[in-house]
Design a protein around this ligand. Sequence first.
Ligand code: G6P
Length: 608
Amino acid sequence: MCGIIGYTGGKQAAKILLNGLKRLEYRGYDSSGVAVIDNNRIDVIKSIGKISALEDKTDGGKKLNGFVGIGHTRWATHGAPSDINSHPHLSTDGNFAVVHNGIIENFAELKAELTAKGIRFASETDSEVIAQLLQYVYDGDMVEALRNVTSRLVGSYAVGIITSHCPDTLYAVRKDNPLVVGIGANENFIASDFAAALEHTHNFVQLGDGEIAKLTSHSATFFTADGEPVEKTPFRVDWDISQAEKDGYDHFMLKEINEQPKALTATVRPRVKGKDIVLDRINFDAKNTNRIERITIIGCGSAYHAGIVGKSFIEKYCRISVTCELASEYIYSDPITDNRTLTIVISQSGETADSLAALRLAKKCGSHTIAIVNVMQSAIAREAHDVLYTHAGPEIAVATTKGYTTQVSALYLIGLKIAKIKHTISDARYETLLSEIITLPDKVSEILADITPIREYAERFADRKCVFFIGRGTDYAASLEGALKLKEISYIHAEAYAAGELKHGTISLIEQGTVTLALTTQSALYNKMLNNIKAVQSRGGTVLAISSQANKQISEQSDGMLCIPDCDDDVTPVLTAVILQIFAYCVAAKRGCDIDKPRNLAKSVTVE
Ligand code: G6P
């Protein structure tokens, strides 16, 4: 997805903007550009391709003087990737430059209207209409002009604006698309996420829907959509900038895989007080909890898969029916949701457009909503009734790792909490599971201590065209995420199947050499899995088992085995996930893939 950085202060803007753009590279992009005000004139330089191309064109920023500017990484939606279609976009008179994330749905109408008035458009983008409209409506008051323009826009937008009419000022406005304002010492920033400005400040303000920011080096003022001044209190983001750097690892993904012990500890430990689970400010009293008749868990991609793992745990221990919904499907359904439904929306970024829309729909239906989110003060975190932050630290690699496992552990905490209140779990089982959850980080560390066996299997299978993942129960839920990881970063076709379902169709695809990863961590289902494994092998398939210690004897029945550390069957998905992440990573590395920025994918999908 596109990225935005903006600067106003006492330093040369272009260098800061280029640096910020590099921090945003992970979001995925196909072109980039910067605009800076120099001597009351806006200079724009843009380039298709990597930011290094923009650095070359600007001579590392030296070609652009000036202290106020905006920068953008573009992920093409309207108009092919090209220098012209890249942002920033200038108005025809050259007095306004804008960068835009999101989609202006009524841009064609606006463009036709402005074209009829003689305004000539340079690009094929929807975003250019914002710059052209500004030129058209500006009458000496920028805040008023921005109000006027945004009142005409339909769609979602985070916009950064500079104008030669106010050469010291950086403006921003947003709706349904993330944008934060960084408050520094004698300098201020706008950014589509914290990472872009984190090396300059830890103090941020979240711009609300429709709000306008007016920033100079020494002041930050905010206005409502009605033009009324509004006070905003900065919050502190404790993320360390080194967390957004590779720190000696070849890829962010590998770094983030290795950060999981720390991330899981940060999600769980502060919430465990003796034998109690305290979920921040979420009010799980007996009255509220006993009212819950059903739970709906909503997410996209890996967040949805975390929900499926959570479903089996919550249903087993809380005896409440749980449905998992893909956000993009939920929003166009007629959900059976009311005030006895608890809706849990999961999103690492907290900004996924489909998940945000689903949250709003659930609220509209009267449901109480809890968000499991990593990024502080993100839209989903702000709009849900309650929020449980995973505190995993910034996740830069597009393919989520620590984001996913911390979501799963947050769901375990919620499940145990509800089960305890509803008395649907014995004290002994509650205590066992709680201590299992607390010790998961150590067990993840055990896996990470020696990844050689995982790498060896990965390299052996890296040339395959298709890999199957099978499992039963919670192993099936974990398989879904394992297959997604492999698809995302290695481009190998991978499918996850409930092992018992193989015989109903998929087995026709098994042939000599087809690789199947069989998850066998569920002791009660061990014999059933054995039958499925034999069925695959008898058709010439190769089986790599991912097993628990208790089911180690599977090695005699399979073609290879990787074992997770000893743990309770109900929490194995966190550990199998780590093995499958490393497997996918090593396959992708062997195949020479762009692991942190897989083709066609974006970290945070803020458009529908
Ligand atoms: C994108 C990413 C996926 C991620 C999904 C949901 O599609 O590529 O890795 O799982 O969004 O992201 P969220 O931030 O809502 O968890």
